[in-house]
Design a protein around this ligand. Structure first.
Ligand code: SUG
Length: 446
């Protein structure tokens, strides 16, 4: 059976703003309360999708979630009509209002963990929406993520969408941002690498909390029914987390038989990589190529600033690999040299680079890889998903016009108190759900 990778990018919502909500994410803290540019943010994300579609790849999207989530404010004791609740929250609890207003669902690498059918004992694709409990503004994404995944991956013969893990610290789960799949070039055999930051209630870090708990990763492995030889666990280096590596995808990325990482990514890195190479060979009969960047070539600080490991490496129709990097890498002498060396070194499969301007997302700590959820599907499975979310030339044109019609050019913290913005967002999402043929998925449509 032939498999292909489909990337589902998060369409940036009209509420894109900078509220400094994400602990341990340096860009989010630095840009807190800055002016955001939602229209530009959404167009930058859409251009990335179009670029990958033009490269001949199968590109999907996940629509933004409905925000602000006033239902949560009601549960927390705010009363009155929507405008009254908004006015009270804006005046009395602006940080809480910003949390229920966040556009953070755009980073779909955190939407779920996915295991392809070739790695599972029941030959189904398994999907677990991440509970994202380490940050309140993200924890409120899980339920709608599940609804959306159930809508897109509906056919129970092929897909099993699980419940998010329990909302307990021991099960703290950040989805595919801490998961990579090292696979054969044909994608039909591979190892899911589950990277955790801490174990149960112990704290491995000194400054920032490690978001992914081992118990959560183990539970996903268990409920996805993964074949014993098709997974491996690894621990993130706690000192990297304290530097600001809040997800593993800020310090490692992979594509098929190629792993691109930094010497500070994992604990006991040498032993772990050796074991991974051995396991990989056992499963695929191929050699795993690893490029590990040393501190002397690039500090962890520069890796976080440039997001060189949050790049997206894709395989083109020719079989060659391309690295999709943010322009922050192009502007860094160290990062651009590493990329240039990588693409000119024949011992590694990456042979070209594309730099993209994703500054609006980057300023909240979201690079090219954060914006996409990878799903490996067989041809038959791909035919079974909801086709309305797959990018085509005509969908791209419709979405571009939709963004230009509905999105504000800029948002400032004061705009979160503007009652008109809620109506604008509802109009935009109402039209979007029709464009994507998703039906009435949003709570305000019910
Ligand atoms: O969870 N930022 C997100 C960025 C997620 C990036 N995803 C991956 N690395 N896969 C986060 O830290 C910032 C929101 C704000 O501050 O307004 C935020 O949620």
């Amino acid at each position: 059976m032939s498999y292909r990778e489909v990337n589902f990018d998060g369409l940036v919502g009209p509420n894109h703003n900078y509220a400094g909500l994400a602990a341990g994410n340096l860009a989010s803290s630095k840009n807190s309360n800055c002016t955001s540019y939602p229209r530009q943010a959404a167009l930058q994300g859409l251009e990335k999708m179009k670029f990958l579609h033009d490269q001949g790849l199968t590109q999907g999207l996940l629509p933004p979630q409905q925000r602000p989530d006033l239902k949560i404010l009601r549960k927390l004791g705010f009363s009155g009509n929507d405008n009254q609740i908004l006015a009270k929250a804006y005046k009395l609890k602006p940080h809480l209002l910003a949390a229920v207003y966040s556009a953070s669902s755009m980073w779909t690498a955190n939407c779920a963990t996915i295991t392809p059918s070739c790695d599972t004992k029941d030959n189904k694709v398994h999907l677990t929406p991440a509970n994202l409990i380490s940050n309140f503004h993200r924890s409120i994404e899980a339920d709608f993520s599940q609804t959306l995944l159930k809508k897109i991956f509906k056919n129970s013969k092929h897909f099993k969408v699980h419940n998010p893990l329990p909302k307990s610290d021991s099960f703290s789960d950040e989805g595919a941002a801490n998961h990579m799949r090292l696979s054969s070039k044909s994608l039909d055999s591979g190892i899911g690498l589950f990277v955790y930051g801490r174990q149960a209630k112990t704290s491995s870090t000194k400054k920032f909390i490690a978001r992914q708990n081992l118990t959560a990763s183990e539970q996903v492995i268990f409920s996805h029914n993964i074949k014993t030889e098709c997974y491996q666990l690894a621990q993130q280096n706690p000192s990297a987390i304290d530097f600001g590596v809040f997800h593993n995808d800020v310090i490692s990325t992979s594509n098929e038989n190629f792993l691109f990482t930094h010497q500070e990514a994992f604990t006991k890195q040498k032993d772990f990589l050796k074991e991974l190479q051995e396991n990989y060979y056992r499963v695929t009969n191929q050699e795993l190529l690893i490029k590990s960047i040393s501190n002397s070539d690039l500090s962890v600080k520069e890796a976080i600033k440039t997001y060189i490991f949050n790049t997206q490496i894709v395989t083109l129709g020719s079989g060659q690999m391309k690295i999709i990097a943010p322009t922050e890498c192009e502007n860094s002498p160290e990062a651009s040299k590493i990329i240039l060396d990588l693409i000119s070194d024949n011992s590694y499969p990456v042979s070209s680079v594309k730099y993209l301007d994703l500054k609006q997302s980057m300023s909240n700590g979201g690079g090219p890889a954060c914006l996409r959820l990878r799903v490996t599907l067989s041809k038959e499975e791909l035919d079974q998903i909801h086709q309305g979310v797959l990018i085509t030339d005509s969908l791209y044109i419709k979405l571009k016009a939709w963004i230009n019609r509905h999105y504000r050019e800029e948002l400032n913290p004061i705009d979160l108190g503007d009652p008109l913005l809620i109506g604008e967002i509802h109009n935009a999402l109402d039209e979007l759900s029709q464009i994507l043929h998703l039906g009435n998925i949003y709570p305000f449509q019910k």
